[in-house]
Design a protein around this ligand. Structure first.
Ligand SMILES: [Zn+2]
Ligand SMILES: [Zn+2]
Length: 273
């Protein structure tokens, strides 16, 4: 059974185009997972526009779950440009686990797609849309995939996911800030023994002290977490817009040495657990 993840956007905070980021890509967070026939999407950064074009070209009706880590701008701004939302034959369930205090995903997206910030509201979507909120920590299901969730350490909250399917597992944890020297037990429990861990590696350990409280982590912390949890491979993700291709090449060499099989995410990359 096919189980894979494809990266459509790997950048953190803001999209960045140009020759210095062309090889790894400048689009913000967007993942496409396949669990057999099932399509599971994560986040709707600018990368999701390109994913949408492949679905539109395929011409088949789409029934999919879209899980948000959270609703910061870089993770939702591609949503109004995701073509499949405008086709009545499609069906989407949109999920978020980080809201509370009376906020719902539907309300947050309505307030983001609101004039004069944006010309049209979510009601312009013609697909069947369901908006579902859950408390991070719950286990969800999408077809035959089990999806465990955990609350991450991030301003306004965020949710980490672990997808188990056919005896393999892929984890997706961004945006998340670590506490140096004190590994997060709930994160370790979520990624225990996982095959693939896609992790917030916005900074390096050398850069991190200048960004305490900004809500992000480092690739070195990703390696430490994977080692401590016996997870097999780390995928460096949510790249700082200031990290150009040459710098990411350097990280790719170091992370492969530190934890063999580990890679730096780039647009177009497809991985199987
Ligand atoms: Zn982000
Ligand atoms: Zn964020």
């Amino acid at each position: 059974m096919n189980f894979s993840v494809r990266f459509w956007g790997v950048r953190g905070s803001i999209a960045c185009s140009g020759p210095r980021t062309a090889r790894y890509g400048g689009n913000t967070s967007s993942l496409e997972m396949r669990c057999g026939e099932r399509v599971i999407l994560f986040d709707a950064g600018t990368g999701i526009r390109y994913l949408g074009k492949t679905f539109d070209a395929a011409g088949r009706a789409l029934d999919a779950d879209l899980y948000f880590t959270h609703t910061h701008f870089d993770h939702v701004c591609g949503l109004p440009f995701f073509g499949p939302l405008f086709r009545p034959e499609n069906r989407f369930r949109l999920w978020a686990g980080h809201l509370g205090n009376g906020l719902t995903l539907r309300r947050v997206l309505s307030e983001f797609m609101m004039s004069p910030l944006f010309p049209v509201p979510p009601e312009v979507f013609r697909a069947s849309m369901e908006y579902r909120d859950f408390p991070a920590g719950e286990t969800l299901r999408s077809g035959d995939a089990a999806i465990r969730t955990v609350a991450l350490n991030h301003p306004d909250g965020a949710t980490g996911y672990r997808v188990d399917f056919g005896g393999k597992s892929i984890c997706y944890l961004t945006d998340n800030e670590h506490v140096p020297g004190a590994a997060d037990r709930s994160v370790l429990a979520l990624i225990a023994g996982a095959d693939l861990v896609i992790y917030d590696c916005m900074y390096t350990d050398q850069e991190y002290p200048a960004y305490v409280g900004w809500g992000h982590s480092t690739w070195q912390e990703g390696v430490r977490l994977c080692r401590a949890a016996n997870a097999k491979r780390l995928v460096v993700f949510h790249h700082d817009p200031e990290h150009d291709d040459d710098l990411l090449d350097g990280i790719a060499g170091e992370v492969a040495k530190a934890l063999p099989g580990s890679v730096v995410a780039r647009e177009g990359l497809v991985l199987e657990p």
